[in-house]
Structure formats: structure tokens, C-alpha cells
Design a protein around this ligand. Sequence first.
Ligand SMILES: NC(=O)c1ccc[n+]([C@@H]2O[C@H](COP(=O)([O-])OP(=O)(O)OC[C@H]3O[C@@H](n4cnc5c(N)ncnc54)[C@H](O)[C@@H]3O)[C@@H](O)[C@H]2O)c1
Length: 269
Amino acid sequence: MGRVQGKVALITGGASGIGLSAATLLAKEGAKVVIADFNTAGAEEAAAEIQKAGGEATGIFLDASKEESIRDAVEFTVNRYGLLNVLYNNVGVTNLQKDLDVVNIDLDEWDRLMNVNTKSVLLGSRFAIPHMIKAGGGSIINTASMAAFAGDALRSAYGASKAAVVNLTRYIAAQYGKDRIRCNGVAPGLVLTPAAKNNMPPAVLDIFEKFNALPYHGEPDDIGYTVLFLASDESKFITGQTFQVEGGHYMANPSIADFNAYMAQAQSK
Ligand SMILES: NC(=O)c1ccc[n+]([C@@H]2O[C@H](COP(=O)([O-])OP(=O)(O)OC[C@H]3O[C@@H](n4cnc5c(N)ncnc54)[C@H](O)[C@@H]3O)[C@@H](O)[C@H]2O)c1
């Protein structure tokens, strides 16, 4: 018996990286999975791989920036598999060229990121909740980011959009808990998805690893297993929480190194 045996899950942005890991793990543990992605061929390929491994999955097109497309993905899932228990709102985008500091940020990019990263979570949940109520409850999981919990030099819209996801997670949990719908988030630190590996120079990856408490990078399955737990009934008393899965990168006082150097110097006097 799998950990999510018989549940039906819709995963947005499931053709790659974190979403692909979650789709694969949920299917391996017995869920029927719809992988919805802008990259239709990638979604279909991911579903075919899952089928080959003995799981049940279907890949479909989704444009998470469009309300009708999100509604269609939810309706497709219910028509295909008869109900909906798990919604993983995972699509999220960023743009280092246009999402800059507050003075210089491109305002169209601000609107685009708020729409794709935050409004898509609202809409996915809005369309899924009535079906979850019919199914007797459900689990909504949202991908936030550690960018929601810290200030940074760039990506003002990304950070604000993900912080909004963290609080929207609490609102959904507060509003639909009595309907047995749980809503939680996962906030990854840097995760070595194919895109991150290909786009970041090794020197930048080294900087990230240096500030992790653990001596290694995050991988998609580190997030995928958290999603699996939150989708399963193992987490049935957890709601409204966002889990920070980030190797301890942000949990320590950043001035520790300088403080240690000061203490060493003071003691040597
Ligand atoms: N990788 C990291 O280090 C990291 C860190 C923190 C948060 N995140 C978040 O994790 C989530 C997944 O990121 P990832 O690193 O796996 O990315 P990824 O690029 O590997 O995968 C994202 C998927 O979403 C799809 N997608 C993009 N825009 C879409 C749209 N409008 N409609 C439908 N599908 C769309 C892409 O085609 C792709 O398959 C995002 O919300 C991201 O912000 C990632």
C-alpha cells in the first residue's frame, strides 16, 4: 500500500525540476497524477516515464498565467480520474534581467510575477476546493521560496510574490480547514534542478554551498519528499505551515564568522 494510494493529484509545472520529482514520487506511492505544464511535450514525456514504471499519470498543457487554463486543468483532472484530493501549486518564475531592486524594477515584470507566482495559487485553489469538498477533503501544497523570508539585492517581485504565497497558504488553511482541506507550503533554498545547474556558474554554486549549514546542495527530491509527506495522511494534523527546506542556509546568524573572528582576536590580546 503506497503512502498516497488511490489519491488523485494535479501538479502544476510538473514537467521539470521540483514538480517532476513530486509527480514521480506521488505516482510511485500510489497516486494518480496529472502533470500540467507549459511544456506539453515534457509533461507527456514525464507521464510516459511514470506509466513505464507502473504508475498512473497523464501529461497536459497548462498556462498558469491564464485563469481559463487553470480551470481547464482542474476540470480535466476530475473528468479523467473522477475526483481531486491533492493540488500542488508549483509553477513559479523569475527573471534576473528585469526583476531588479525597487527603484529599477520593470513594473510589467512585477505584474507578471504576481500573476504567475501568486494569482495562480489563488486560482488553482479556487477551482480545486469545491471538488475537494465533494471528495471529503484534500491537501493543497504551494511552492514558496526562501526568498519569501529574507531581503535580497535583486528579485524584489519574486520575493514579494512568494511571501504572498506563504500568507495565502495560511488564509486557505484557515478558511477551509473545517472542510478537511489542509493547505501547506514548501520553501526551497537553492535546489539543483537542471535549470539551476545549467544557468549558474560553479563559483556562484560554491557561494550558496558555503553558506549552507550542511555540506551539500539541495536536490529536487529533497522538496519532492516534503510534498509527498504533505500530500499524504501522515501530515493530517499539519495545516497553514510553510516548511523551509534549505540545508540550514538561512537559519543561523549571518554575523557568526565575523563574531568568531572578533572573539579570537580579543582572546589573543
Ligand atoms: N530551483 C530552486 O532553487 C528553487 C528555489 C526556490 C523556489 N523554487 C520554486 O520551485 C518551483 C519550481 O521550480 P524549479 O526550479 O523546479 O523550476 P523548473 O524551471 O525546473 O520547472 C518549472 C516548470 O514550470 C513550467 N512553467 C513555467 N511557467 C509556466 C506557466 N506559466 N504555466 C505552466 N507551466 C509553467 C516550466 O515549463 C517547467 O516545466 C517554482 O515555483 C520556483 O519558484 C525553486
